[in-house]
Design a protein around this ligand. Structure first.
Ligand code: COA
Length: 424
């Protein structure tokens, strides 16, 4: 069966997390992703957080599946020549270098367009044009600058970053959408274009409900926030603890075993249409008609009390027992799942969201497969490449080099040979 992006060739000049997230997605959809890596070390994540000696780390392997690896020293003359040849035949070049790095390598947008007017140049930077545009950025900086940290955590504590990598992986997702959109437009215009996804912008996009609340704040207190009705609202959106970001109040409640299990909790939503069922399930039928509890508006100033009463009930059951009961009544709830529980979840494995792959140096490892399922473009998840594993294959099959040219490339030191003669 063909894949959605069959025939699309990606020159993957990405490293660390944000860019590799994007190109791994494109690879799952069928694109031929050629990852360019610095000879010797490769993507810095190959050696970061290493758990198995001499094997690529999980940091690397879980972000670079389905790709081919070519080592190329772009500070070597022959290395730059090979890169130029690749630019000429690729559909997309993706990079997430620090600002100015690609230009310093000699690959300005103008030069890239001269080499290939059809190419799409997709970049991730920390910030868009503005006062911070030259700054280097990592995940948590983006979370802070994009509004996530100031709105995460509890009112009486400091700003918090989240475990979800919304700065890196989130921006990689945004860039992937930009790339396929530009590819689609190219089918009509024939032209390439630049695609920029700034990490601050990506995080802000994911935080848009908080910008919504910032504007609502001008018209009075945020009645679904835990600060209402007793706390004080300042002039900026406060941290909302575990309150729901939408119009249906929710909170995280303890379940049986919470004293020893840090994840014995459930997210409980008091959705208005099932309020009657909630009252019956928790043993508070009188709340159904009590004017202090009967309507969503009446409940808002009493949410803390309401959740404490519901918690008295959830604490008598495990989170899975609560789930089983509330499901019968259509009450929206979700268990707090630990990474251990997720790793052992058979249904996620059955759908291909969790996949075990075999690696020649580290053996089997678990990875997150393609979370986006296309009915006509199956994703098979393949292991990440070893450093420079596909050097000759790419020179011969993609660039059509003959034996002499392959030999020349090796001798030049461009691929990492110690007999570098053309380095500048
Ligand atoms: N051959 C030779 N040199 C190479 C190379 C190759 N194949 N690949 C990279 N390099 C060189 C670059 O030319 C650059 O050299 P220069 O500084 O002399 O111009 C050098 O490696 C460093 O590259 P850079 O991307 O600037 O890495 P860094 O370690 O200084 O910064 C980041 C890392 C992530 C902070 C930075 O890349 C960045 O801000 N990226 C954009 C935002 C982003 O994606 N952040 C999230 C990462 S998960």
């Amino acid at each position: 069966m063909t894949k959605a992006l069959d025939g699309v060739r990606i020159l993957d000049f990405t490293h660390v997390q944000s860019g590799p997230t994007c190109t791994q997605l494109l690879a799952w959809f069928g694109a031929d992703v050629i990852k360019i890596e610095r000879p010797g070390e490769g993507d810095i994540t190959r050696g970061q957080l290493r758990d198995v000696p001499n094997a690529d780390s999980l940091y690397f392997t879980m972000l670079n599946g389905n790709k081919r690896s070519l080592t190329l020293d772009t500070k070597n003359r022959k290395g730059r020549e090979i890169l130029e040849e690749l630019v000429k035949i690729c559909d997309v070049m993706v990079e997430n270098f620090a600002p100015g790095t690609l230009d310093r390598m000699g690959f300005t947008w103008e030069r890239i367009q001269t080499l290939n007017p059809h190419i799409i140049l997709a970049s991730i930077k920390g910030f868009g044009p503005g006062p911070f545009e030259d700054y280097k950025v990592y995940e948590n900086i983006a979370q802070c600058a994009g509004g996530a940290a100031s709105t995460t955590g509890f009112d009486d504590g400091p700003p918090l970053v989240t475990g979800a990598q919304i700065g890196d992986s989130g921006t990689g997702l945004h860039l992937a959408l930009g790339i396929v959109t530009a590819l689609y437009q190219r089918t009509k215009t024939g032209r390439g274009q630049k695609v920029l996804a700034a990490m601050q912008d990506g995080v802000l996009n994911l935080c848009r409900v908080k910008l919504r609340d910032q504007q609502r704040l001008a018209h009075g207190p945020l009645t679904e926030y835990p600060q209402y009705p007793d706390g004080v609202f300042g002039d900026a959106v406060p941290r909302a603890g575990n309150a729901s970001g939408g119009g249906q109040p929710g909170w995280i409640l303890k379940c049986k075993g919470w004293e020893t299990d840090p994840n014995a909790y459930i997210y409980f939503i008091t959705q208005a249409p099932v309020w009657k069922s909630i009252c019956e399930v928790i043993g508070k039928p009188e709340w159904i008609t009590d004017p202090d509890y009967a309507t969503p508006k009446a409940r808002l100033p009493r949410l803390k009390h309401i959740f404490s009463v519901i918690e008295e009930w959830t604490m008598t059951k495990t989170k899975y027992e609560v789930m089983e009961i509330v499901t019968k009544y259509d009450i929206p709830c979700g268990p707090i799942l630990s990474m251990k529980e997720i790793a052992e979840d058979q249904s996620l494995r059955a759908t291909g969201t969790l996949v075990e792959v075999d690696h020649p140096a580290r053996g089997k490892y678990l990875t997150v497969g393609n979370p986006i399922k296309l009915s006509d473009s199956p994703s098979e998840v393949r292991r990440s490449p070893l450093l420079g594993e596909h050097n000759d294959e790419i020179l011969r099959d993609v660039l059509k080099f003959d034996d002499r040219q392959v030999h020349e490339a090796h001798n030049s030191g461009a691929l990492g040979s110690t007999s570098a003669v053309a380095a500048e």
